[in-house]
Design a protein around this ligand. Structure first.
Ligand SMILES: [Zn+2]
Length: 296
């Protein structure tokens, strides 16, 4: 082997090894094909520090996370950090959000980043939301999970988060009980809110669908309990309309393919299925952030 060939061989070996270790970004071809691929609105990445929402770890790091999404047929998604959700200090959520930005960059074309904060030190939280939007181009916030670190949504601090999100035109994804859901939908009619989870039982599910149907600024997202009940997705689409029902899985906690199977088998039109699986989240992302300048 000539010196030149040996060098080339070594180089390609290094690239292959790097792709193996960090996971391959999508090729240009795959990216264009991906434009019609399934878009998961609710993904929690495993953190480099070992933080992970999965109850029994089988996808421990980003390459394994991405490989599992591939297996399920999920080509794109909104990612947030579990480290940020469990943050004890602003430093924790900042680190989680930086990690999200890093992986959005690394897996070009696959993921959109989401910023998560906790409202305990509200000035720092608001600064972080602006930073993620301006520096990393994030237009999505959440999933916020108040039960994880014990904060409430009906506080002046949380109102500040809602106000800033509305001013910057960012999507908010908020985990709520039905009463929290009603409170947020009624008090922040100008905010774009995605409520994950159909609900835990019959009454819960019916009530959550009713709230979203009534508040046009809100969407329901299909991860977690409820989707496995046959007929519920059809009810959500009938009452809310297919434009405000989004596919999301809550992976790494829940299986992405389980939700996709129900959407595919549902008694819906092909057009409605496309809206749910990727068009609605694409629209939310495209309409979020700075409005394009119109020429005079
Ligand atoms: Zn979640």
């Amino acid at each position: 082997m000539s010196h030149f060939h040996r060098r080339q061989f070594l180089q390609s070996g290094v690239v292959a090894l790097a792709n193996y270790v960090i996971g391959a970004p999508l090729s240009n071809e795959a990216q264009s094909e991906t434009r019609r691929g399934i878009f998961d609105a609710h993904l929690h990445i495993p953190s480099d520090n070992g933080e992970n929402f999965q109850w029994n770890l089988v996808t421990r790091n980003m390459p394994e996370f991405v490989a599992y999404l591939d297996k399920c047929g999920v080509r794109r998604g909104v990612i947030s950090s579990s480290w940020s959700n469990k943050a004890q200090t602003p430093e924790d959520y900042r680190s989680g959000n930086r990690e999200v930005a890093k992986y959005v960059e690394r897996y070009k074309g696959r993921f959109r980043g989401s910023c998560v904060i906790t409202p305990f030190r509200i000035d720092e939280a608001l600064r972080e939301i602006e930073h993620c939007h301006k520096e990393y181009g994030f237009v999505w916030l959440g999933e916020f999970c108040n039960y994880m670190t014990g904060y409430k949504y009906d506080t002046p601090e949380w109102a500040e988060v809602m106000k800033l999100a509305t001013a910057l035109n960012l999507v908010l994804q908020i985990h709520t009980t039905t009463s929290e859901m009603r409170y947020l939908a009624e008090n922040f009619p100008d905010a774009v809110i995605v409520f994950p989870h159909l609900g835990a039982n019959r009454n819960d599910i019916f009530e959550r669908i009713e709230i979203v149907a009534k508040h046009k600024n809100t969407c329901i997202e299909l991860s977690g309990s409820g989707i496995e009940r046959v007929g519920i997705l059809e009810k959500a689409v009938k009452e809310i309309g297919a434009d405000r029902v989004l596919y999301g899985s809550d992976f790494t906690i829940n299986d992405p393919a389980a939700v996709i199977a129900r959407v595919r088998n549902a008694f819906l039109t092909a057009e409605d299925r496309e809206k749910i699986l990727f068009r609605n989240v694409e629209r939310l992302l495209a309409n979020a952030g700075a409005k394009p300048q119109r020429k005079a």
